[in-house]
Write a protein that binds this ligand. Structure first.
Ligand SMILES: [Zn+2]
Length: 335
């Protein structure tokens, strides 16, 4: 059976803040355990997002609070969830990979990375929309500040640790500076294609090619505002799975079929595409991709295999970890 893997969702952020239980069928979350199992989901990259109002110690503590929620879910349902790196040879539980969205929890202090690594964090989105200690984010009016000295040191340290360098939300010039220095495969965990929807948040073709050339991964997201121009303006039709499929096909045409998958961003927004209201609607996206010409082998790649293989290339532990859901130490919360 085809496996499903998701490079970005805010489910555990929402669970931590709203008290929702992802294991319950009646939770209002887009992603829950029953839908994950129905989709044959094997990997969920779990966004550890920190709102812009938190900085310094507060950002660090907030991020650990989200990871506490991931750990609590693993403890409560060890049959369902495990924090790890790869599900190879491991039909269940579903592997959860904590992943910082924005580097602000590091508070400009590289030494803080070790505590996050010890808790299973295996990727960092360098910026969110705002400027942080690493660079200008894509929401800055005119992003012009590239990587700071800290940003460069962070990318170097992440490469030493085999953490995935995630360039979602990262505009030029910082994006190009990361590409110039990076030696391991990078990713854009959740994005649309700028060629179809021309906003700074979306990746242009040059960025898509740069990621593919470095054997990286592009996750197309399900946020209407990224896949349909002016999606929320009055009089504009609702976005659908076909809009997402158009972005997948564009990315495949630019990058090749081996480098494209999904980074849903589920539970990170409220207004969904019309026929992709939650993970349970995934068959609608499959139909849209088939209608655009993807065959079963290509669907297998896009739905999960590409992300699984990318993670094996990018985050396999330097010590030669052979795969399988590996327990990582928990309980190092700073808050
Ligand atoms: Zn995001």
């Amino acid at each position: 059976m085809r496996l499903y893997a998701d490079a970005h969702a805010d489910t555990f952020y929402e669970a931590a803040l709203q008290g929702h239980d992802p294991a319950r069928d009646d939770s209002p979350l887009h992603i829950n355990l029953a839908r994950m199992r129905a989709a044959n989901q094997r990997i969920q990259v779990c966004s550890v997002f920190t709102p812009a109002r938190y900085c310094g110690n507060e950002a660090t503590a907030f991020a650990h609070r989200i990871i506490d929620c991931i750990d609590a879910n693993v403890s409560a349902r060890p049959d369902a969830f495990a924090v790890g790196e790869s599900p190879r040879g491991q039909p269940s539980p579903i592997v959860l990979i904590p992943w910082l969205e924005g580097a602000s929890p590091l508070a400009g202090d590289l030494a803080l990375i070790d505590a996050f690594y010890a808790r299973g964090v295996r990727g960092i989105g360098l910026t969110h929309n705002h400027r942080n200690e690493v660079a200008d984010g894509c929401g800055c009016a005119e992003p012009r500040n590239g990587l700071t000295r800290f940003g460069r040191a962070l990318v170097e340290r992440m490469e030493e640790l085999h953490m995935a360098v995630d360039c979602a939300h990262l505009p030029q010039p910082a994006f190009g500076e990361v590409m110039a220095m990076i030696k391991r495969p990078p990713c854009i965990s959740h994005t649309g294609c700028r060629a179809l929807v021309p906003i700074t948040r979306n990746a242009d073709d040059e960025m898509l090619r740069a990621i593919a050339q470095r054997d990286g991964f592009i996750g197309i997201d399900f946020y209407p505002g990224h896949v349909l121009e002016h999606a929320f303006a009055q009089g504009v039709r609702r976005a659908t799975c076909d809009d997402i499929a158009a972005h997948v096909m564009h990315a495949v045409n630019v990058c090749g079929i081996e480098h494209v998958g999904f980074g849903s961003d589920f539970d990170g927004f409220a207004d969904t595409c019309e026929n992709l209201r939650h993970l349970g609607d995934l068959p609608n996206l499959e139909r849209a991709l088939r209608a655009r010409g993807l065959n079963e082998a290509a669907l297998e790649r896009v739905f999960g295999l590409n992300l699984l293989e990318y993670l094996e290339r990018a985050i396999q532990s330097p010590g030669g970890h052979a795969g399988g859901a590996r327990p990582v130490s928990a309980g190092h919360a700073l808050s």
